[in-house]
Design a protein around this ligand. Structure first.
Ligand code: 13P
Ligand code: SF4
Length: 312
């Protein structure tokens, strides 16, 4: 049995030998974030995947993220250490259901959150992430008729921010972000009156109303590092606390609790499936690899490229 240090050394050696790059989402476990060449939110990770010159991309995250990297870099080998790492939000919108739904919305511009399968992206005009959703919607003409999928919380939040009336929102959600308890956040606010509440826009509206600041994981991290407050209640997946604490050792970060405090559901079970052992094995075997049908990939690619042109 190898200990953690040996495992890390082996990963670093294999990475160099194979000219591989490891990209990790902020929600993965700290050990995984430590071996990554780059850690970021969905937007930064897709931009990195588009520009890397490494021969192998190992994606420490969930399936749609690795798939996005493969859509952008079809000639590269994209490894996903745990192929069962899905996403409840992406699963709330299947491509066949979405295709049927769109039949009622001819002439609408389809905007999809990146948390979708390649099949849904192939039906999409332009993707967005929580980091650039406002810019993406504002890049469309003021009278554009828009379908937004799949996150109802992000969709309704953006609709309200941009004042777009002609926006139809798909009824999907993330099982982690929907579980936060307003009552428990308010209790924490009473206990720590000076604390600022930071929330991700995938949370329900009632939760967002308690927030001092709303943003993508990267935006929340930046806010926590630049704001003068010294205590923060963090209402997103708890993995982000690792980077927040690392960048701000003198500040205090309190993870917001879910409604059921025994379920541990402020942790994304899918993101936590990615371990050092699985990363090491994937690099060694150069498998499991993400494979996408070329025809579907080509149809999906434009939606991500259009998003990347808009930026943040
Ligand atoms: P961001 O990385 O855009 O903040 O999204 C959070 C998320 O749920 C990723 O799965
Ligand atoms: Fe999907 Fe939610 Fe996990 Fe993000 S936190 S990967 S949206 S299930």
């Amino acid at each position: 049995v190898e200990n953690e240090r040996q495992l890390i050394d082996k990963i670093l050696r294999l990475k160099k030998e194979k000219r591989a790059v490891i990209l990790a989402h902020y929600y993965t476990i700290p050990e995984v974030q430590q071996v990554a060449d780059f850690t970021g939110d969905s937007l930064a990770l897709s931009a990195r995947a588009a520009e890397t010159d490494a021969e192998i991309i190992l994606f420490a995250g969930v399936h749609f993220m690795a798939e996005t990297a493969k859509i952008l870099s079809p000639d590269k080998k994209v490894l996903l250490p745990e192929p069962e790492a899905g996403c409840s939000l992406a699963d709330s919108c299947s491509a066949p259901d979405f295709e049927r739904f769109l039949r009622d919305y001819n002439g609408y511009t389809v905007v999809s959150y990146v948390n979708t399968s390649v099949g849904v992206k192939a039906l999409t005009d332009i993707c967005c992430t929580s980091g650039n959703a406002v810019q993406v919607i504002e890049s469309l003409p003021a009278d554009a008729k828009i379908v937004f999928a799949p996150d109802r919380n992000l969709g309704n939040y953006i609709k309200q921010l941009t004042g777009r009336q002609n926006m139809v929102v798909w009824d999907g959600a993330c099982g982690v972000h929907e579980e936060f308890s307003v009552e428990k956040i308010l209790e924490l606010k009473k206990e720590y009156p000076e604390a600022k509440v930071l929330a991700h826009p995938e949370c329900k509206r009632a939760v967002l109303l308690t927030a001092d600041y709303i943003g993508s994981t990267a935006a929340l991290l930046k806010y926590a590092s630049t704001d003068s407050a010294d205590t923060f209640i963090v209402v997103t997946e708890a993995g982000i606390l690792y980077q927040m604490q690392r960048e701000n050792p003198q500040k205090r970060f309190i993870p917001a609790p879910p409604v059921d405090s025994t379920c541990g559901c402020n942790n994304c079970a899918f993101m936590k499936m990615v371990t050092l052992e699985k990363i090491c094995s994937a690099l060694e075997r150069e498998a499991p690899e993400v494979v996408i049908d070329e025809e579907v990939r080509r149809r999906a690619e434009g939606s991500i490229r259009r998003m990347l042109q808009i930026g943040r």
